[in-house]
Structures are given as C-alpha cells and as structure tokens.
Write a protein that binds this ligand. Sequence first.
Ligand SMILES: [Zn+2]
Ligand SMILES: [Zn+2]
Length: 570
Amino acid sequence: MAKIETIRHSLAHILALTVKEIYPNVKLGIGPAIKNGFYYDFDFKENISEEDLSKIEKRMKKVIKENISFKKEKISKKKVKELFKKEPYKLELIEKMKEITIYKSGDLVDLCAGPHIKSAKEINPKGFKLTKIAGAYWKGNEKNPMLTRIYGVAFKTKKELDQHLKTQTKAEKRDHRKLGQRLELFSINEEVGAGLPLWHPKGAILRHIIENYLYQELNFQDYQWVWTPHIGKLNLWKTSGHWDFYRENMYSPIKIDGEQYLLKPMNCPFHIKIYQSKIRSYKDLPLKFAELGTVYRYEKSGVLHGLTRVRGFTQDDAHIFCTPDQLSKELVLILKYGLKILKTFGFKDYEIYLSTRPKKSMGTEKMWKKATNSLKYACKKLKLKYQIDPEGGVFYGPKIDIKIKDSLGRLWQLSTFQIDFNLPKAFNVFYIDQKGKKKEPIMVHRALLGSLERFIGILIEHYAGAFPLWLAPEQIWIIPVGSRHKKYARDVQCRTLHSGLRVEIKEENETVSKKIREGEIQKIPYILVVGDKEIKEKSVRIRKRGKGDIGTIKLDKFIKKIKKELEDKK
Ligand SMILES: [Zn+2]
Ligand SMILES: [Zn+2]
C-alpha cells in the first residue's frame, strides 16, 4: 500500500484536476503534501468561498471512483513550455528546472517529480476532506500575486480522519494566537513587522518565570551563563559554514565602518570565541556555556504563525566542550536533566529520535560510530526507548531529537542535542591533554525548549491558557464584597505578596459575580472573595479555577497551602 504522504500528494493532483474541470479559467500554482494533508494554490478568475468546497470535494470523490491512473513522463524543456503555455506560474517554475518530469492523471498534466500512487483506487474516498481556503502569496513572497490556497486533510481510514477533525476542533479553541490576545500575553503588530512578537506585561512575566527556572536548573548542572551580541562580523559565519549552507535563512549583511556584519542566526561562533579567550587544559573540561540567545532567521511570510513560527526568537542554547572520553557521561546528564525540565512544564510523554550518519557528511566512520554509540549509551543508561532515524543526522554529526506530546496528543519537536565534528575543526578549537599535546574537543549543541517563543506558544495550547500556579502570570485575585471590605482586601494582598505570590485586588465598580466571571475568563487559579464573615474570621472564601467555590479557609492556612503548591510546581 502506498505511503500516506504519497496519497496526500496524489490528492493534491486530483484537487487540481477537479478545480480545473469546474473552473476552466483557473491558473495552477503548486500543490504539495503537508502534515496531515495537502494543499493546492490556484489563481481563480471568479470569487470562490468555503461554501464551494463541498461541491469540489464531491466531484473529487467521483474522480477517485473512476479510478484514474497516474503516469510519469520525462519531457524536454521545449515540449513542456508548449504544454504549459497558458499556465504562467508553471512556466516560471520550468525556467529554473533542469530535468523535467510530468505526471498525467485523468485530464490533468502537472509538473511533478513524484512519487505518486499508481491509480486512484489506492485512496480511501472516505478518508479525506477539504478543510479551508486561505490567501497565499505565490512562492510565499508578498511582492508576488496573492493566490487562493485550498487545504485538505487525508488519512488512510475514516476513523483516523474523524479523530483528526475532532482534535482540530479542540485545537482551534486553544489556538495560542487567540488566547494570547484574550489573556493579554503578546501581540504581533503590522507596524512593527511580521514574525516579531511583542511581549505584553503578563506574557513577559510568564517568560521571566521560565527564564528564571532555567537559570536555576542549569546552575545546578554546572553550566556557566554567557551573553553575546546580536550582530557579529560576517566572517564568523563564513568560517562556521553557515553562510554557505543557510544563507537563504539569514538576513542581508549590515555595513559598519566598511566591514560586513550579520544579525546572528545562531550563537555558536560567539561561544567558541569565549572558549578560545584562553588556553584550556583537559582539567578545565567539560566546559558548558549557556545563553538565552536571541537569533534572527528569515522565514517566508506565508509560514509565519503566531509565536510558533517567527523571525526573531530566543534559543535556550548551550554548547558543551568535552574530551571524547567524557562524551557519554555528559550526554547522560543532558538527557536526564532535560527530561526532568520538560516534565516540570507538564510534558511527560515524548518520543526520542536518534539520527545517524547521512550520505553527505564530514568526519571519519570511526568518529561517527563512537559518537552515535555515546548517544545510544545515554538512552540505554536512562532506560529510554528511542527510534533510529537512519541517515537523518546533520552533515557535521549525529543527534538526538525529542518530540513532546501535548494534552491533545500532538507531537512537537522541542529538544535537540547535536554532536559537532565540524566547528571545532573550522575554528581550530583545542585543549591541552595530559601529555601537553593539543587535542580537538568534542562540541555538543544543545537546546532544550528550542525557542522561548515557540515553547510558550505550545505551552499556551497545552494548558489552554489555564497555567499551573507557578506559571500563571496572575495567581490570585481578591474581590472585596463592598467598599468597607477594601481595607481587609489590602491586608490579604499584603500578606500574599510577601509570600512571593502575584496578587491583584479587583476594586472596580462592578458586581462580585461579574468580577468572578472575568477572573474565570482570565483563567486565574485562585479568586478570593472577602466580606464581613471573612474579616471576622481572618479568613478568605476561595474560588478555585475549574472547581468553583470550595469554601472558607483561615488566611494563614491558605497561604501555607498555596506556597506548597507553588514549590511543587504542579
Ligand atoms: Zn505531484
Ligand atoms: Zn550551536
């Protein structure tokens, strides 16, 4: 049976075929398979809306039942230009292609390298659905015309499709872009720029809590914190190889005093320069430099998405320099404490992938084998299950990636631990061994949360904005019943603030029930209502998020209880 990706991609062709039948004047863009489904970009002469999707979907099912075949052909540039003379977008693509193959399916001829299914019967007509329409710039560039993108999802069975649609509806309700606005965490402002989030006070509090927790945890693990600039000379990234390999993700150089500088796309060269600021001996190793380093990478405007795909972000980055003999032990520590931190944030389920040597790579077979074995050793030592991603390593070394599972069961790639044979060589990094000889250290790049922006986006969706107490930007609201209870409310606030809690008094001229309702919308963990009875008893009436009114409790007892909850980070 065909791979699901192949089925999805073939459905994109069937979508194009069908749309062309219904709207003969349409011009075709491109139509790839994507995560969970597929899309196709069209340039319509007429206006179409989501109401038209069911009509198109019905027709697609008919085409599938007709069991059309998919046939691949090689074709000369001259012939293909003739074939697509009425398709301006395809002609543009053809100009840049060397070897050209086309696929014929039914009445549709499309530029495509494949692979595809042999015939439409391999598709389950009950396993797919057209889901939405969106505008998309041709080639993701805002200077190009805006096309209409039709999205679909596809699975092998109807059951999988239904499950996906159900999760999707749940996911929409907890979309971090909507919640981020409602909870006043962040915004993205057109006048500032796409993909450049602004952190509002409450979002900044959340971010600081996470940063402080990382500072504390990494201090325990003997990391040393460093701080490096946002720009640096272009030559650094020429030496590192990034300028050659990742140039399309980097911003144009900035000229300063006749020299070229770059907005940093990664922090590694700076950390290497700190390492090289003095001669290091084997006794100094392992050396671990950590930084919450803000980097800038170009992403096409079409793929930007809230906090999870941005143009400037802060990595929880670290580089470990160690001797080859220390590698296994260090990897065990990285993995062990990494998983502990993820667990504290509420991510207990994960998948671990170990990527081995790709065909195009540097270093000797011996180096790769040793490094890969160290990664395997670390997993075994911690009794962790892992999957091998054959030849999935980066050209400079093997790696481990961790994908966490959120509360909807969705997988997110977060952590990456990469062994690097390239940079120590490129920058001539060394240490002095026991015999007084220069030796090359092993370098490990490690990011645990990945980027703070993306991580917080995921965190918002994982908790649907109802953060556990230790992460909640506002932990307690105090609502005085009447104006004569305001003084006591302030006493309660004073006591709770001194216990390190984040507390607000709601003194606005609104009814108590309206304030409670607002607190529920803002997902405040504890709302304390105080009136005559509470003043007399030195107590507070508690409304707990998700539980409602849980009764009255002495203030001292409440503070003790909540401090424990804070410490437990649950
Ligand atoms: Zn294709
Ligand atoms: Zn790095």
